[in-house]
Design a protein around this ligand. Structure first.
Ligand SMILES: Nc1nc2c(c(=O)[nH]1)N[C@H]1C(S)=C(S)[C@@H](COP(=O)(O)OP(=O)(O)OC[C@H]3O[C@@H](n4cnc5c(=O)[nH]c(N)nc54)[C@H](O)[C@@H]3O)O[C@H]1N2
Ligand SMILES: Nc1nc2c(c(=O)[nH]1)N[C@H]1C(S)=C(S)[C@@H](COP(=O)(O)OP(=O)(O)OC[C@H]3O[C@@H](n4cnc5c(=O)[nH]c(N)nc54)[C@H](O)[C@@H]3O)O[C@H]1N2
Ligand SMILES: [Mo]
Length: 712
């Protein structure tokens, strides 16, 4: 047959990072399979998902950008002319130099995204950051769109960005509570759900708390508790109430490892504000029966150890950071932090802090330092552009540079985003497809896919494996790698040191000094297991000896009450204790009585893969709604509806399902915005409905959004 099997990786941002095996014949990609090694206890198979395996239709998609484009029509209309690389690069370089000279580098906003997040070399965000830092700096979106609520919470409580416990440590858990966490769809590491299923077979109990009866709940849950979005903190406080009232808290743990318990207790029991946060108090807020809350608190306290695992969905709400702070408080009240089988209650991919540097770490290309210290929260990029310095933002934005990001579609309030993109002087976008964001570019630079370059990846977010992601195909059309595009621009911008290696040279330099010392053997092998190490439990050193290993908080302990937050002096929006703050105003919910969640889709990684026909076959993109809410509106399954609120409107067919609790509607995020002649989106694009501001803690607001639904 002459078929060659080439090991390569998947760099897109779905929380996994899996092995793809490309079957190539006569220079063409024929099909994609996955990790051929058998699944064993110590070396689980790194099996790729449906998206990974459908990528042949993405790389050969007829809509792939083949050559550079220059805008000819009005901005945003998607009218472009083909131009040469020379003209494209000269134009972008000229505009960058002009804007820097006229306004300073802070007038350049970097809106790069998660197109490639797993490659050590070809990471899209890093590439743009590196270029712009070396050019003199940039205004950067220095918060995390995915989990800023969790970052806020763990930094206040623990003093640093605490990472996730290694999944192996959950083998000790008697009870695992997945709260707003759906790893069967929103991957959190390759094969995590499979790992959970083996824990269940060995006797662990699972409880899922989510407005939707998710695939994770269907697979694992002994109990599903539906909850109204954005109200989780109220249930958490009620759990704390039961724990305290019934003497179920772990007092030795609280005394030895935490500060602020008394203040927290007084708030929960109603001594601070006269409102005891009882199970009965939370019932009308969350929709969770009081008796179920009491039972959950008792079961959580009895199970030793128990892991409270929170997803990030509930954290991306108007006060999402309170959810993560309350989860940490519960984990502390039950003494489940810092030992195997427990969990910290909140985590974010660790970006330094207390953890020892990993000697096995494969290095990556560095973004360098940003000489301009301007930053804005991701979620508010459009407001920052529209309001500028006069509105309290760090600068007036004149130029937007985007590598591998679909910001217009993926961030709050698309209609404001459109205004913002119309306002700036110049937009350059490096993309593989003409996305809603790319349609607004003045110059579009076509980028190759990961099948067309080589890179390194580590797999399982902790990096138990090293993967050599081989080049499988030659570049399609005239497209170039982001590294090459940025290098060619750097030359025109007078930057000498953007890339002092070839692609291969970079990769060699990343593994030098790691256990992958023999680069050539590793490359030939493709996949390499890293040396076994003890599974990590975050904060275990502090728990073992808090005096010798104090936390980097002001008190050195876990802070349930934060003096630092209190000093900021914004008690109504940033309370020093985790508090329940309603996610919407009364008037809002009267006008828009359904609560929207926007969630991850198995068909896409954010907006990537949305155009792959095989994946579209999985399920039609629809708005999920409970039949009870449909009856009240006279809607039938499959009927086209208009979903709307003060931010905008979208048209989409409705899917009636008992899996979603009444009063809530749910939309998978990532469908590409497609406005009709009246400006109303016809694609079910989630962010025409979300607000363009962040929570007080900086979290994106993607869920618990009041909307109304009517027949279209
Ligand atoms: N297949 C796939 N996987 C992905 C992605 C993707 O696009 N596709 N995206 C990846 C990325 S970039 C990220 S950051 C992560 C995101 O991971 P998460 O943020 O954890 O994923 P979500 O699906 O948004 O939310 C998880 C669950 O929270 C529930 N939820 C939403 N709001 C609330 C609430 O207020 N309360 C409660 N209790 N539950 C709520 C949702 O119904 C959902 O089941 O996923 C990653 N994984
Ligand atoms: N309503 C709502 N909105 C959300 C979310 C939500 O839950 N609800 N989730 C949010 C989250 S957690 C995230 S992380 C963001 C993600 O938002 P983005 O970071 O914008 O991610 P994508 O939409 O996948 O866009 C990535 C783009 O990169 C392109 N691309 C892929 N590979 C490459 C490459 O190698 N080079 C170049 N130049 N381009 C490439 C793809 O074609 C795609 O258009 O979305 C956020 N938006
Ligand atoms: Mo994300």
């Amino acid at each position: 047959m002459g078929e060659e099997k080439i090991i390569t990786g998947c760099p897109h941002d779905c929380g996994g990072a899996c092995v793809l095996v490309a079957h190539v014949e006569g220079g063409a990609l024929r099909r994609i399979t996955t990790d051929p090694t058998p699944d064993t206890e110590d070396k689980p198979q790194l099996r790729a998902c449906v998206r990974g395996r459908a990528q042949r239709q993405r790389v050969y998609h007829p809509d792939r950008l083949q050559h550079p484009l220059r805008r000819v029509g009005e901005r945003g209309r998607g009218e472009f002319a083909r131009i040469s690389w020379e003209e494209a690069l000269d134009t972008v370089a000229r505009e960058m130099l002009r804007v820097r000279a006229a306004y300073g580098p802070g007038a350049i906003l970097n809106l790069s995204g998660t197109g490639n997040t797993k490659g050590k070399l070809h990471q899209t965000v890093i590439m743009a950051q590196r270029l712009l830092n070396k050019f003199g700096g940039q205004t950067f979106t220095n918060t995390n769109v995915s989990f800023q609520g969790a970052i806020y919470a763990v930094r206040r409580a623990f003093g640093f960005t605490v990472g996730e416990e290694d999944r192996e440590t959950l083998a000790h858990s008697e009870l695992i509570i997945l709260w707003g966490d759906n790893p069967a769809v929103s991957h959190s590491g390759t094969n995590l759900t499979h790992h959970y299923a083996t824990l269940k077979e060995r006797g662990a109990r699972f409880i899922c708390i989510d407005p939707y009866y998710t695939d994770t709940a269907a697979t694992l849950a002994d109990q599903w508790l539906p909850i109204r979005p954005g109200t989780d903190t109220a249930l958490m406080l009620a759990l704390a109430h039961t724990l305290i009232a019934e003497g179920l808290t772990d007092q030795p743990f609280l005394g030895r490892y935490t500060v602020g318990y008394e203040a927290f207790r007084d708030y929960v029991m109603g001594r601070e504000d006269g409102v005891p946060k009882t199970p009965a108090w939370q019932e009308p807020i969350t929709g969770v029966p009081a008796a179920a809350a009491v039972a959950l608190a008792r079961e959580y306290a009895r199970a030793r150890p128990a892991a409270l695992k929170t997803g990030w969905g509930p954290g991306r709400t108007a006060h999402g950071e309170q959810f993560h702070r309350a989860a940490i408080a519960l984990s502390a009240l039950t003494g489940n932090i810092g030992s195997p089988g427990g969990a910290t209650g909140a985590w974010a991919p660790s970006v330094g802090g207390m953890e020892a540097p990993d000697p096995h770490r494969v290095r990556a290309i560095s973004p360098g330092q940003n000489p301009v210290r301007n930053w804005i929260p991701y979620w508010a990029w459009a407001e920052a552009v529209l309001q500028g310095a006069a509105g309290g933002y760090p600068s007036d934005i004149k130029l937007i540079y985007s590598v591998g990001g679909n910001h217009l579609n993926q961030y709050g309030d698309i209609n404001r985003g459109v205004e913002a993109l119309r306002k700036v002087e110049f937009i350059a976008v490096q993309e593989q497809f003409l996305t809603p964001m790319a349609r607004f570019a003045d110059i579009v630079l076509p980028a190759i896919t990961h099948f067309e370059h080589q890179d390194l990846q580590t797999i399982h977010q902790k990096g138990e494996y090293f993967l050599f992601s081989h080049q499988v195909l030659p570049p399609q059309g005239e497209a170039k790698s982001d590294l090459e595009i940025c290098s060619l621009l750097a030359k025109r911008l007078g930057i000498e040191d953007f890339s002092d290696h070839t692609e291969e040279g970079w990769l060699r330099s990343f593994v030098a000094g790691t256990p992958v010392a023999d680069y050539d053997a590793f490359k030939a092998q493709g996949l390499r297991h890293r040396p076994t190490r003890e599974p990590k439990v975050p904060l275990s050193e502090f728990i073992a000896d808090p005096a010798a290993h104090p936390l980097p908080t002001p008190s050195g302990k876990i802070e349930l009450y934060s003096e630092r937050i209190a000093k900021a002096g914004r008690p109504d929006t940033e309370p020093a204790l985790p508090k329940y703050i309603p996610p919407w105003a009364e008037g809002q919910i009267k006008a828009y009585p359904l609560v929207l969640t926007t969630v991850q889709s198995r068909r896409r990684a954010s907006s990537t893969f949305g155009n792959v026909p095989w994946l579209a076959e999985l399920e039609e993109h629809r708005l999920a709604m409970n039949p009870q809410d449909a009856r009240a509106r006279g809607l039938k399954d499959g009927e086209r509806v208009k979903v709307f609120n003060a931010h905008g409107a979208t048209l989409i067919p409705v899917r009636l399902t008992e899996r979603l609790m009444p009063g809530v509607v749910s939309l998978e995020q990532g469908a590409n915005y497609d406005p009709g002649p009246d400006g109303v989106d016809r694609a079910g694009s989630a962010n025409v409905l979300t607000p363009g501001f962040a929570s007080p803690g900086g979290a994106a607001v993607t869920s618990a959004i009041p909307v109304q639904v009517e027949r279209a």
